[in-house]
Design a protein around this ligand. Structure first.
Ligand SMILES: [Zn+2]
Ligand SMILES: [Zn+2]
Length: 134
């Protein structure tokens, strides 16, 4: 995220991802936007189509897939720890809030998939490790 334009595009992506109120970007409009999730099945990044309820302008809001370098173990552990504290962890590369999905746990361990819907980075892990149990 370097240019102001990219920063703004990322900001709108995060708003769509978190189901926040999105306002039409057309000068002088300010209408509320209806957001439809158009992510193809099995895609790693999210794609939304936002439509202004007032001027009917359409806007495509999508992540930018970037898989390398992948998350290292330290950042995965850090994100899981933040999640465990009931706070929102963010992708260390692009600061997008990451998504935790609980997976079926065959051995009674919590297993999670961590996903960043902006860059498509993802990881799976067992959590918590035994020493973190309360
Ligand atoms: Zn508008
Ligand atoms: Zn990311």
């Amino acid at each position: 995220m370097k240019t102001e334009e990219e920063r703004e595009a990322h900001r709108r992506f995060v708003q769509a991802l978190q189901h926040e109120h999105l306002i039409c970007a057309k000068p002088g409009c300010g209408g509320a936007m209806e957001i439809a999730d158009q992510t193809p099945h099995a895609a790693r990044i999210k794609t939304y189509e936002a439509t202004c309820e007032r001027c009917h302008a359409a806007e495509k809001i999508a992540g930018r897939e970037q898989a390398s370098p992948p998350w290292d173990l330290a950042s995965i552990t850090m994100m899981a720890e933040v999640h465990l504290l009931h706070e929102q962890p963010a992708c260390p590369y692009d600061e997008t809030p990451i998504t935790f999905i609980s997976l079926p746990n065959p051995r009674r361990k919590a297993r999670y998939r961590l996903l960043c819907y902006y860059c498509g980075r993802h990881a799976e892990m067992n959590w918590p490790p035994p020493e973190a149990k309360r």
